[in-house]
Design a protein around this ligand. Structure first.
Ligand SMILES: Cc1cc2nc3c(=O)[nH]c(=O)nc-3n(C[C@H](O)[C@H](O)[C@H](O)COP(=O)(O)O)c2cc1C
Length: 363
């Protein structure tokens, strides 16, 4: 039974626990000849890395990636290239403070996978959640950086569009703004508000959720593998597999159910180039599980961080009722650091579907 891999032709397997010596991934099926260095991957890892602002955990995880295999280059004037063999990427764990977690050794943290891992496997690495820890998402981000190389014509960008109950004003959407504030927020006014709002939440020792939107531009029509490899289905599965994600929408998502047919179905005209021109994008760039050539739009809801300072009721391994306060260093809104993770998962799905499309119907 192997369920730590995803993708078919661009196949990613991740390994490692939060408090083990290292974690990482093996990317198998990457085409040969793509320029790839550690620096290409590191930039994305730095976006996910904790301690970037006072709004993320102060754990210091440098998340330095090492390429162990799958690239080669003996020309000092040229970047190493992928060789078509498995690309192994490793990130060492250097800021584990196992003692932060010793008092939760016997107690199950509400909102965490402690209880379910123990119910399933009968054994649990209590230090930071082990394999269930979102530290694993660093490996996904590394794989996503490789995936982007496979689909260079596609731009994949993510943004935080809601924090707690507060949504952004979409009329102020500016992609450049995403890199200017600590929230990956495209609305500068909302970002300014989130500073005060999240400071308050953090000082209370509490947490909030968020909604993230990922948009992929440059996806040509035709990607997606009906019926059981539909592009939207694979995107939903990939995003849903991220820690703390409780909902995924494609295009208008749940709002589509509130619309009438004439408002929802995207009308089509003939564009100046003779190609189909859609007058709107309620579908989020997918019809029948196949990309339309429009922007691909996916959103996902991230629950509030479960590890908070407020005491919570729980039980211990002997089923005795007790309380727990999760000490340690945690994000008040894990949705912020989920932005690069969502981008990476979309990148991996798109790289896989590009190769699958090419494999079945050619370029
Ligand atoms: C980037 C990222 C960082 C996270 N960091 C924390 C954290 O510091 N504390 C916490 O309680 N949960 C954190 N989580 C969420 C937990 O990993 C997750 O809620 C837990 O493993 C249970 O899984 P589930 O919520 O998917 O059911 C994080 C999630 C993401 C995406």
């Amino acid at each position: 039974m192997s369920h730590n891999s995803f993708g078919h032709l661009f196949r990613v397997t991740t390994f490692g626990e939060s408090h083990g010596p290292a974690l990482g991934c093996v990317v198998d099926g990457c085409p040969p000849g793509l320029a790839l260095t550690e620096a290409d991957i590191q930039g994305f890892l730095d976006q996910r890395r904790p301690g970037q602002s006072r709004f993320t955990t102060q754990r210091q995880e440098p998340d330095r990636v090492k390429i162990l295999s799958g690239t080669f280059g003996d020309d000092p004037d040229q970047s190493p290239r992928t060789t078509g063999t498995p690309i192994a990427l490793m990130i060492e764990n250097v800021d584990q403070r196992s003692k932060d977690y010793t008092d939760i050794k016997t107690k199950y943290r509400p909102g965490h996978a402690d209880l379910t891992y123990e119910a399933k496997y009968g054994i649990r690495d209590y230090r930071g959640g082990g394999r269930s820890s979102a530290r694993e998402t660093a490996a996904r981000v590394a794989a996503g950086a490789v995936a982007r190389k496979v689909v260079p014509g596609v731009t994949i960008r993510g943004a935080l569009v809601q924090m707690g109950p507060h949504g952004i004003d979409r009329s102020r959407w500016d992609w450049d703004e995403v890199g200017r504030n600590p929230f990956f927020c495209p609305d500068p006014e909302a970002a300014a508000f989130f500073e005060t709002y999240l400071d308050g939440v953090r000082k209370e020792g509490s947490s909030v959720g968020a909604v993230i939107e990922v948009v992929a531009d440059g996806v040509p029509p035709g990607w997606g593998a009906p019926l059981y490899g539909k592009l939207d289905a694979d995107l939903a599965a990939a995003l849903m597999s991220i820690n703390a994600v409780k909902g995924v929408e494609i295009g208008d998502g749940f709002v589509a159910a509130t619309l009438q047919g004439e408002a929802n179905a995207d009308e089509i005209r003939r564009g100046a180039d003779g190609k189909p021109l859609f007058l709107s994008n309620h579908a989020g760039g997918v019809l029948g599980g196949i990309s339309t050539g429009q922007s691909l739009v996916a959103r996902f809801a991230v629950k509030p961080t479960s590890s908070i300072l407020a005491p919570r009721r729980t039980i211990d391994r002997a089923a005795a009722e007790t309380e727990i306060i999760t000490k340690g260093r945690h994000d008040p809104c894990v949705g912020i650091r989920a932005v690069p993770v969502g981008e990476a998962m979309v990148a991996c799905v798109l790289a896989d579907h590009f190769l699958r499309h090419r494999g079945q119907v050619g370029n």
